[in-house]
Design a protein around this ligand. Structure first.
Ligand SMILES: [Zn+2]
Length: 125
């Protein structure tokens, strides 16, 4: 099953679903975008600010390892560590959430932690 990465672009200046800056869903991109909408109540293709562009940069790859490779430091010019992080190490960051295929139904129903995003946004207002 492919994985889809949603990266918060801070369009308009703020994080959209704090604390998550990088959301990874185990589904093909089109399905992942639908689940994202159901779980968070947000459209990842929404443009909050014209000069900043879309709220999320979305990309798909065949594996979680592949879709996260740049962010785990496999591009050494960006890396702050001497070796790339493993998927498990990278996933411990508080701004990252993985939603596995087994958790997708919960995400669709809004009962996955990802579904608490809108509530967190309400609190921030
Ligand atoms: Zn802007």
């Amino acid at each position: 099953m492919p994985w889809t990465h949603f990266m918060d672009m801070h369009s308009g200046g703020g994080a959209k679903l704090p604390p998550w800056e990088h959301i990874y869903l185990e589904a093909p991109q089109a399905e992942a975008e639908e689940i994202f909408r159901l779980a968070t109540g947000r459209d990842p293709e929404n443009v909050t600010c014209d000069c900043c562009g879309e709220d999320y940069s979305v990309s798909e790859a065949e594996t979680l390892e592949e879709v996260s490779s740049f962010w785990r430091g496999e591009n050494r010019t960006w890396a702050t560590t001497s070796r790339p992080l493993t998927v498990e190490e990278y996933g411990r960051r508080e701004d990252i959430i993985y939603v596995t295929a087994a958790e997708i139904d919960a995400a669709r129903r809004g009962t996955h932690p990802l579904g608490s995003g809108p509530a967190l946004l309400e609190e921030a207002r």
